[in-house]
Design a protein. Structure first.
Lengths: 259, 540
């Protein structure tokens, strides 16, 4: 069994609106998947289905050899997730929140406490370990979320726009970190709208548009298939968007009050 | 509200003369008033729901007006001005101060103002003028609602001189209170941080809500207390530290011609202190502005508690259950909105049994009470059980509940069990304990076994309430969605269940060894019930 994640014929509708129209995807161990697509293309829905946050869907999803429809949820202790929105029980202190998460993952309190504190220090926010998360800045909250996803040494990481609000230095640390984790054999599912970061960190790009996968391969392959010179260009082309110059011009006109 | 702005328009030239950008100020006020109409005052938050946009402020005004009418009663008691007015001013100051602290802290402490408004071409002076007028509008309206009836009554029954003194005193009091609130914030921010200030505001809000709830209970009885009329109140030297007496003293001075030293001194305080306060406030204003920045600063440092961890090990044998027990402890300890909703009802649970006991004991002497069945009123502690269990499902950060789904949690039993245990032990048991101690003093130690039966029945009541109510994961819903989730019928059912348990207790007392048999039965039921009652599916 080579695939860490295996998705076959995944479909999902909200009412009459079909969001995912048949996704097939095999992810191997150690891959860093850049999962990209325009707003509303179905990226987050896919991730949520894999994580078991959404349960009514069509198709087959296997993760770490477990069928996610099964009762057995032990695979969840090998998964880390950083959601797009930093929803967190803010009135807890970082210590209270992180040890809670760690214990849920089955860790011992003291180990979770030690690890969480050390990680906070390494991310440069060790001094607020005993402060309420509600008093954190956006970047500090995001770092706390990232730590909560890494605490249990997961085999698969799902990162949804993980760099929001994080300063440039920490971004460098984080990119380096992803590379090392991939070398360790961790599988990373990275979705973001910031194309140059995706281009840099991903070993494979999966582009989804209107509920379907429209491109799949490493960045060199995509480039040589002459889809564009950068990921941004490829993205524009495949999502059928070439209007940006006209739209920008119209916006300037409205601002200046020409029309 | 438009009328207020129109009224302000009359003074446009004065504002402009002071160097204030009137158009900008008016715009700011308009938006602020609109925002206020959507804000729920803490005085009526119980009934608040988000479905409809109503002007909550007007509704709280009606409540203040109701209090205002009650106050007329004090004014009609005899002619001891000092006592009456001190009582009225005392009440007024209490409500005004707590309202200012709890509801208008947002006006005084708003940091977003700076980011949003001062980044636009609006100067600081204009923004500050808008703030001052904003607060003035509200204090005036609340003052009118609360003092209007008494003012009118005073004018008709006591004449224009009385009315005039009254009016001036009210204005002085308002100035005094606004400045005191500001100084209070200033002092807190000097020594603590923003988190602590929010905590204190939170506790004031809770205190206000408890005072109003209990006030409702007592209001009707005020008229019964004839003793108030007979009170011959003379100020002692220490009355100089009681602000309500300062403001009441001028009535005695002018209307009764009392020129004793203490009256003169108190009257002087009424005049001097507000102005001193304003001067010091203006002097301290710059340092207030800079302290305000601390609001967004980090804070709320807290160490973990070893004792509660030990307790957790005793009450929760299962590890997963213990995790959620501790989690619930931490959540309810820190979440302000949860406290705001739940703590007032805890206060009510604390006094309600005593109020019922007081009613029950009328016309009996202490020995009569000690030999009576009055201790059954301890069951009334359960009055807040439904509230407690219901709000367990709520959090201001309810969206954080996604973690339940991505964690390796097989079934919900340990979550629900740990959470319910936590609130029963931390938020219910202490209240029962405190009341039990009072009852033991009143009724003597012979009722110890009876109190134990009551406690066991309260555990059963908790399990019953959990069973009847809809099952939700803890802290997974927004507060406003919970209002109608467990309808009146379910709460009635809970109350009937508790009544039934109390009735069984009452009957068991008539049988020989009845209490002990009952205790054994209770223990068995609790152990059995807690084994299966938490094995449930969540309700949609």
């Amino acid at each position: 069994m080579d695939s860490i994640i295996s998705i076959k014929g995944l479909r999902k509708s909200y009412g009459s609106k079909e969001v995912l129209k048949g996704i097939d995807l095999e992810v191997k161990r150690g891959e860093v998947i850049g999962y990209i697509g325009p707003n509303g293309a179905g990226k987050s829905t896919t991730v949520k289905i894999i994580l078991g946050l959404i349960s009514d869907f069509e198709g087959e999803v296997n993760i770490l050899g477990y069928n996610i429809r099964d009762e057995d949820i032990s695979y969840k202790s090998r998964v880390g997730y950083v959601p797009e929105t930093a929803d967190i029980y803010e009135n807890l202190t970082a210590r209270e929140y992180l040890t809670f998460i760690g214990e849920l993952y089955g860790m011992d309190y003291d180990l979770a406490d030690k690890k969480a504190h050390r990680l906070m220090e390494l991310f440069g926010i060790g001094h607020v370990y005993d402060s309420r998360i509600s008093s954190f800045s956006k970047g500090m909250k995001q770092k706390t979320l990232i730590i909560s996803a890494l605490l249990n040494d997961p085999d698969i990481l799902f990162l949804d726009e993980p760099l929001t609000g994080i300063d440039a230095n920490s971004v460098m640390v984080f990119k380096e970190l992803l590379e090392l984790l991939a070398q360790e054999g961790k599988t990373i599912f990275y979705s973001s709208h910031i194309m140059d970061v995706v281009e840099k960190v991903s070993s494979r790009i999966v582009l989804i548009n209107d509920g379907r996968i429209v491109a799949d391969g490493n960045i060199e392959e995509l480039k040589t298939r002459s889809m564009g010179s950068s990921l941004e260009n490829i993205f524009n082309q495949l999502t059928g968007f070439s209007d940006h110059e006209n739209i920008a011009r119209d916006i300037v006109n409205v601002i200046k009050g020409v029309e | 509200m438009v009328a207020i702005l129109r009224f302000l328009d009359l003074f446009k030239n004065i504002f402009q003369g002071l160097g204030i950008d009137y158009g900008g100020m008016r715009k700011i006020l308009e938006i602020k008033l609109l925002l206020d109409s959507r804000r729920v005052s803490s005085i009526i938050q119980e009934e608040a729901s988000k479905d409809k946009e109503r002007n909550y402020f007007y509704r709280s005004l009606i409540l203040y007006f109701f209090f205002g009418i009650m106050m007329v009663a004090f004014l009609s008691l005899g002619s001891n001005y000092l006592f009456q007015m001190a009582l009225i001013f005392g009440l007024f100051m209490f409500f005004m101060l707590t309202t200012l602290i709890s509801d208008y802290s947002s006006v005084l402490l708003d940091l977003r103002d700076k980011d949003i408004i001062l980044s636009k071409p609006i100067n600081n002076k204009t923004l500050n003028a808008a703030k001052v007028i904003h607060i003035t509008i509200y204090t005036s309206l609340i003052t009118l609602a609360m003092m209007g009836p008494s003012l009118l009554f005073g004018l008709i029954r006591r004449g224009p001189v009385f009315f005039l003194i009254f009016l001036i005193q009210i204005i002085l009091i308002n100035l005094f209170l606004i400045v005191v609130t500001g100084l209070l914030y200033l002092a807190i921010l000097r020594f603590f941080d923003g988190e602590r200030l929010r905590d204190i505001i939170n506790y004031v809000q809770i205190g206000l809500t408890i005072a109003i709830t209990i006030g409702y209970q007592l209001v009707g009885r005020v008229f019964e207390i004839k003793a108030l009329q007979a009170i011959e109140f003379l100020p002692k030297w220490w009355s100089i530290i009681l602000p309500p007496i300062w403001f009441a003293a001028p009535f005695e001075l002018i209307l009764n011609g009392n020129t004793s030293t203490s009256i003169l001194l108190n009257s002087l305080m009424a005049l001097v202190i507000p102005f001193l306060a304003i001067i010091s406030y203006i002097k301290l204003m710059p340092s207030f502005e800079s302290s305000l920045q601390k609001l967004s600063a980090l804070g709320g440092y807290r160490k973990e508690e070893r004792f509660s961890n030990k307790l957790a090990k005793i009450v929760c044998k299962d590890k997963q259950e213990r995790i959620f027990y501790k989690f619930t402890n931490n959540m309810v300890k820190n979440e302000r909105e949860f406290k705001l909703r739940v703590y007032p009802s805890i206060g009510f649970g604390l006094v309600f049994p005593l109020i019922m006991l007081f009613n029950y004991s009328r016309g009996r002497n202490l020995t009569d009470i000690a030999n009576s069945k009055g201790y059954f009123t301890l069951y009334f502690t359960a009055i807040y059980l439904p509230n407690l269990l219901q709000f367990l499902a709520c959090s201001a950060n309810y969206k954080g509940a996604w973690i339940y789904r991505i964690m390796p949690i097989g079934d919900y039993e340990p979550i629900l069990k740990g959470a319910v245990k936590s609130i029963f032990i931390n938020l219910f048991t202490p209240v029962v304990l405190i009341n039990s101690i009072i009852y033991l003093i009143l009724f003597d130690f012979k009722i110890l076994d009876q109190l134990l039966i009551v406690y066991l029945n309260l555990i059963l009541s908790t399990l019953l309430t959990f069973r009847i109510f809809k099952k939700d994961l803890p802290f997974s819903r927004a507060f406003h969605t919970i209002q109608r989730r467990n309808g009146f019928l379910k709460i009635l059912l809970v109350m009937m269940g508790i009544g039934l348990l109390a009735a069984i207790h009452y009957q068991a007392n008539k049988i020989k060894f009845g209490p002990y048999i009952l205790m054994a039965l209770q223990l068995i039921t609790i152990i059995m019930a807690s084994k299966f009652i938490f094995k449930v599916q969540l309700d949609a």
